[in-house]
Design a protein around this ligand. Structure first.
Ligand SMILES: NC(=O)c1ccc[n+]([C@@H]2O[C@H](COP(=O)([O-])OP(=O)(O)OC[C@H]3O[C@@H](n4cnc5c(N)ncnc54)[C@H](OP(=O)(O)O)[C@@H]3O)[C@@H](O)[C@H]2O)c1
Length: 271
């Protein structure tokens, strides 16, 4: 089954499902990536700080590079021009590729002027190293500043987003400004699996709690990047496009009161 895509403000298309790779490492990690590609995954999310870009690169050698959408991220402490360009070059070397489909600022850094960072991203774009640029962990206020500064379209804001962190306002803001929202930790690192509203909907629709959650995110308009380590989970997470949650069931998840934010960077988080 082919994975639907979203047209980005940069003009490129991004598959609406990708494989998150945080914690995917070593030989086992390469095997997981290869299995995912074999099953039809065509979008992979990595970052310099995951320390797995060599493994991702190794797996990419086994497939047609052009057929896979690859996202990576520059760390928050490398947002000065020279550091960013060096980080991008190292990422390309480790991934054994000559371009990234998407290059994100991993976390905002209030100590480095955004003007310098976005000019450097434009330089990377002009050198052909990156096709689209974006941000991650940007709250509305920062994104507003970024949109005013960047000469290139900001195509993604990758943020934590799941039923226990339903970021309505941020989603509305991003949608209004043509910034695609990529939901990370979409399964709240497994915490959604035993929520009674989600398990109840799973029983009703004959779907797993992970599928119910990912489908809810897709209906909200997000791109999802669940990490999965087993073939069973990889397969399950792909089966989210050929069916729908009716509005009342979508609303039941909207109304979940449980709150949880898993990723709060100790230095830069602005939440
Ligand atoms: N931009 C950022 O700052 C940022 C921060 C965090 C994460 N991310 C990205 O987002 C990706 C996803 O987030 P995450 O890895 O933290 O958490 P996640 O995707 O919410 O959850 C991953 C966990 O869910 C389990 N799982 C996956 N599919 C399942 C299924 N069908 N049934 C039951 N359990 C299932 C996995 O187990 P198995 O491994 O056993 O399958 C794993 O323990 C990351 O890998 C990374 O690429 C970005």
């Amino acid at each position: 089954m082919s994975i639907p895509t979203q047209i980005l403000s940069s003009g490129y298309e991004q598959p609406r499902l990708g494989l998150g790779t945080w914690d995917i490492r070593g030989r086992e990690g390469v095997a997981t990536l290869l299995k995912a590609f074999e099953l039809g995954y065509n979008h992979v999310d990595t970052a310099e700080i995951y320390e797995n870009q060599r493994e991702v690169g190794e797996a990419l050698q086994e497939v047609d590079r052009e057929s896979i959408f690859v996202t990576s991220k520059v760390p928050a402490e490398k947002l000065h021009r020279d550091d960013l360009l060096a980080s991008c070059q190292n990422t390309l070397r480790d991934l054994q590729t000559d371009y990234l489909d998407m290059f994100l600022i991993h976390w905002p850094n209030p100590n480095i002027p955004m003007e310098e960072t976005f000019a450097a991203l434009k330089e990377a774009y002009e050198r052909g190293w990156v096709r689209s640029i974006g941000v991650s962990n940007f709250i509305i206020e920062r994104l507003e500043q970024a949109l005013a500064i960047s000469e290139l379209p900001i195509a993604n804001n990758q943020v934590e987003f799941h039923p226990f962190l339903y970021q309505r306002e941020l989603l509305e803001f991003c949608t209004a400004h043509h910034v695609a929202v990529v939901a990370y930790c979409p399964l709240a690192r497994g915490r959604v699996l035993d929520n009674p509203v989600i398990t109840g909907l799973g029983a009703k629709h004959g779907k797993s709690p992970a599928q119910i959650t990912l489908r809810w995110l897709i209906q909200k308009g997000c791109i999802v990047i669940p990490k999965a380590g087993s073939e069973a989970h990889l397969r399950e997470n792909m089966d989210i496009f050929a069916w729908e949650l009716p509005p009342e069931d979508e609303a039941a998840i909207d109304d979940i009161q449980e709150e949880c934010r898993l990723c709060v960077d100790p230095t830069w988080a602005e939440f």
